[in-house]
Design a binder for this molecule. Structure first.
Ligand code: FAD
Ligand code: NAD
Length: 470
């Protein structure tokens, strides 16, 4: 058994763990990084990168079919599904060096390719190594939740860890779960030529704004995806190529099955009890991301909060400030955006309209700009969607955007909220014409218009000033 002494030991080389390791080593700490699976974690290998690459291919196919509004004859694309998967693999392989063992060793990080588990409050065992560290960071992420649905273990099924390796186009893909994964994958597969049925036990994209969801759902349905809401998958039967999912209200048979019903945090393997770390389904952390053992932090999906790559990265920054500089840095949630990469995209930062009204009552004002008011959206034939901003005392507290490039547009509101900017900062910004970004400015303008144009005082002052202006 080889013993290693270090300042920081990071468990998990996904988005969260890599951010901590890279930051800490470059600021002079001795860092050991322990990774049992693939460097890069979920996002690179089974999550964001392959899903966005597949979505990009699907978008290309959709563009060929939908040229009519530009006067371009629509054509049914010939799709080589295996070649689409080559594109997905190429995207992963191109990004992989950034997250690689070689790059991190080059930065000075000691990388151990082993599964780790705690053996005491200050020690982790990883293969033949025992690592004693002044601080540990748990960044073990999450895995696809496999629900206890009767019959599931008797049929072949895919999760996000296997679907991107499938090289034959599914004739009819049944997806259980209408969350981000379910809906992104549903639209992408439909555009790539599969018949798709989504079975959702509650509401599709239930964390998002109701008006925005409707726009996304209408489009996804119009593209041929069958969406069944309010029906739990209860029983599964069949054989390869013919799988039946039964809900209380009906039966749905397809050729392939994708299970996307949420995530299960990777804690079981860690022996957290030996380290004195409290946990439920996720590692329990305080606002500073410290666990019940003050020497051990948790970041990213493992910390059981919002499960996004940029959140894992943000957590990494918070933890670095705390463990390297002893600063009381805290992780907030109010300024964190997220985007569902359907077409149209759906992006959110802060509370939705319903959540804001519940929290602030009449003190919240909701302003809106519609895509059909944007010259750019009209020119590009993309007039569907809106920007909606929730404002309290002149400051934005939340924003919802549904429409083309919503994930890019939300950045302005994420910045405004995190920097505590007022609506006037957005309304007075000069933005290039014609861009979709101007919709943000238009929404901010909608906040000031009634104050300026329907205001008797403003009219009186202008009248008075005009009398004296030569
Ligand atoms: C299909 C899909 C699409 C997604 N799309 C997006 C998106 O578009 N945008 C977005 O922001 N987020 C997206 N996400 C979410 C995003 O992937 C996760 O939030 C992010 O990867 C979390 O990073 P992490 O570092 O916490 O964990 P992970 O990336 O899961 O990394 C954890 C690492 O720890 C390792 N590990 C686990 N246990 C141990 C152990 N005991 N010892 C050693 N190593 C261990 C694992 O092997 C893994 O490599 C998507 C997720 C999925 C599944
Ligand atoms: N664009 C992005 O940023 C992106 C994309 C994909 C995933 N992610 C992250 O990964 C997480 C996991 O995604 P997900 O889609 O697996 O989970 P999710 O929690 O978002 O959605 C799971 C859905 O499955 C439904 N469900 C559960 N059991 C069911 C059953 N038996 N029958 C029918 N429906 C059932 C739930 O009601 C829920 O709507 C997301 O919450 C998000 O944090 C992010």
């Amino acid at each position: 058994m080889e013993r290693i002494e270090t300042d920081v030991c990071v468990i998990g080389a996904g988005s969260g763990g890599l951010s901590v390791a890279a930051g800490a080593v470059q600021m002079g700490a001795r860092v050991v990084l322990v990774e049992g699976g693939r460097m890069g974690g979920d996002c690179l290998n089974y999550g964001c990168v392959p899903s966005k690459a597949l979505i990009a291919a699907a978008k290309q196919a959709h563009a060929l079919r939908s040229g009519a509004r530009f006067g371009i004859a629509p054509a049914e694309p010939e799709i080589d599904y295996a070649a689409v998967k080559d594109h997905v693999r190429h995207a992963i392989d191109t990004i992989a060096p950034v997250d690689s063992q070689e790059r991190f060793e080059g930065l000075g990080v000691g990388v151990l390719r082993e599964w780790g588990h705690f053996i005491s409050e200050t020690e982790l065992q990883a293969g033949d190594h025992v690592i004693r560290a002044r601080r540990f960071v748990i960044a073990t992420g999450s895995s696809p939740l496999v629900p206890p649905i009767e019959g599931l273990d008797g049929v072949p099924y895919y999760t996000n860890e296997t679907i991107f390796d499938l090289r034959e186009k599914p004739e009819h893909l049944i997806i259980i779960g209408g969350g981000n994964i379910g809906i992104e994958m549903a639209q992408a597969h439909a555009r790539l030529g599969s018949r798709v049925t989504v079975i959702e036990g509650a509401e599709v994209l239930s964390r998002d704004d109701a008006d925005a969801r409707e726009i996304v759902l209408a489009r996804v349905r119009a593209e041929g995806v069958e969406i069944v809401e309010g029906q739990q998958a209860e029983r599964i039967s069949g054989q390869p190529g013919e799988i039946t999912v039964e809900t209380g209200q009906g039966r749905h048979t397809g050729s392939h099955l994708l299970v996307a019903v949420g995530r299960s945090v990777n804690v079981a393997q860690l022996d957290l009890d030996k380290a004195g770390v409290s946990h439920g389904r996720a590692v329990e952390v305080d606002d500073r991301l410290r666990t019940s053992n003050r020497r051990i932090y948790a970041v990213g999906d493992a910390a059981g909060r919002m499960q996004f790559t940029h959140v894992a990265g943000y957590h990494g920054g918070v933890v670095i400030r705390s463990l390297l500089f002893g600063l009381p840095a805290r992780a907030k949630q109010s300024h964190i955006p997220w985007t569902t990469y359907t077409d149209p995209e759906l992006a959110q930062v802060g509370p939705t309209e319903a959540q804001a009204r519940e929290r602030w009552g009449d003190a919240v004002e909701v302003v809106r700009a519609n895509y059909d008011e944007s010259d750019r959206a009209i020119a590009e034939g993309r007039p569907e969607g809106f920007v909606k901003v929730m404002v309290v005392k002149g400051k934005p507290v939340g924003a919802t955007i549904v429409g083309a490039q919503a994930g890019e547009l939300i950045g302005m509101w994420a910045l405004a909220i995190s920097a505590g900017l007022k609506m006037s900062a957005i309304s007075t910004a000069v933005l290039p014409y014609p861009t979709l970004m101007e919709l943000n400015k238009r929404a901010a303008g909608a906040y000031f218009s009634p104050r300026l144009f329907d205001n008797a005082w403003v009219k009186r002052i202008v009248g008075a000033v005009q009398r004296f202006v030569p």
